[in-house]
Design a protein around this ligand. Sequence first.
Ligand code: DX5
Ligand code: ZN
Length: 218
Amino acid sequence: MQISPSILSADFANLEAELGRISNADWAHVDVMDAHFVPNLTLGLPVVEALLAVSPIPIDAHLMIEDPDRWAPAYAEAGCQSVTFHVEAAREPRELARTLRAAGARASMALKPGTAFAPYEDLLPDLDMVLVMTVEPGFGGQSFMADQMPKVRQVREAVRRHGGEIWIQVDGGVSADTIEQCAEAGADVFVAGSAVYGAEDAAVAVDELRALALTHRH
Ligand code: DX5
Ligand code: ZN
């Protein structure tokens, strides 16, 4: 059970200090948006490189961008320990996942709420994680979509059949109120932006979320 706080809800003028607030987390989730795949623009490779240089914990890059086949490998080469691309945007997802792994990163495929998992199940051997979005990607602070839990269960069953260690991440609206149902459905990596950075003590929020997930482990 791992917690990956999203720095999308952090103070962008003080990112080094904001990473320091979550040094007890398992990952730092960095949302890269290009204003094309999603209607929002955040940050790109130069900022991610700067974060890698100062982060006390590994970086979990979530790329909400067009043409990840072209742009994603550089995030792995820069040292991101996990790189997630959206399958809706990828031309050759299997090839891309292999390239990410060859560059030393964990390879991860994200599914928007409207995207079914079944057509992509055969990609599992080349993946280390599947991200089931629990909001429409683009913004922090949105409401959790409980209707994505059947998809989490479906991915968990497929991972069980397939064997191997493939993590299932949920991202969007994850909080103390919603993390338990995610854990019960089979998720094991939890992204939380506003629930962590909106808390008075971010590190305490991380520990509380992890404890809740552990008690509701599938
Ligand atoms: C949304 C991003 C999320 C976002 C989550 O597109 O991918 O990582 O930061 O924020 P919360 O936890 O506030 O929903
Ligand atoms: Zn994200």
